[in-house]
Design a protein around this ligand. Structure first.
Ligand SMILES: [Zn+2]
Ligand SMILES: [Zn+2]
Length: 189
């Protein structure tokens, strides 16, 4: 097991991803419209049909050494994923479900110092199909592994070890910026 340092683009936020192995998390390439839109919104760069790489783990595996107060949160709609970004340089860093009780964290892998510990992309999500629909390369791996890790974190109480929520109120550490329709209209959502 390895600990892997991460940082935002400008280096104000620094932290560590703990106990990383290819099996301890899920290295995913996601082709969904929201992930593409989030990168475009935060960086101005359009990944197009290339997908966005993230490593799914649980929030207790993520610690901060500095700059956590620079985290901001946005979301595309009230019940959708929360997307944590660095307010210093703007880059998106993590995705979380809107409740800390379901322990799921997606870490943007481009922010990791060394990607060898997470292994190669193990599955692809929302892959566009010729008929216009989308498909996961392994639904079992995407949902099964995620559900299982979240369940273990819930039962063991590890879900409470989160740097992203106040667990007494269930609210994220920064106020969620819900993108207004006009802003969403400029994104490929
Ligand atoms: Zn996605
Ligand atoms: Zn930064």
């Amino acid at each position: 097991m390895t600990d892997v340092p991460f940082s935002c683009s400008c280096g104000e936020i620094k932290g560590t991803l703990h106990h990383v192995t290819p099996r301890n998390g899920n290295h995913v390439r996601c082709y969904c419209a929201a992930c593409r839109a989030a990168v475009l919104y935060t960086t101005g760069e359009d990944v197009g049909t290339n997908g966005v790489d993230l490593y799914q783990t649980t929030p207790d595996r993520i610690s901060f050494q500095q700059g956590r107060s620079n985290l901001g949160v946005f979301s595309f709609s009230p019940k959708k994923l929360l997307r944590f970004r660095a307010m210093c340089c703007g880059v998106q860093m993590f995705t979380m479900l809107p409740t800390p009780k379901f322990a799921l964290a997606g870490v943007m892998t481009n922010l990791l110092e060394d990607k060898t510990a997470i292994g190669p992309v193990a599955m692809e999500a929302f892959v566009p199909q010729p008929d216009g629909s989308t498909k996961h390369s392994s639904t079992l791996r995407l949902y099964g592994g995620t559900m299982w890790r979240a369940l273990v974190a819930r039962i063991s109480g590890r879900w409470k070890q989160t740097s992203f929520f106040d667990i007494t109120t269930g609210k994220p550490v920064a106020e969620v910026y819900l993108l207004p329709k006009e802003e969403r209209a400029n994104l490929p959502l």
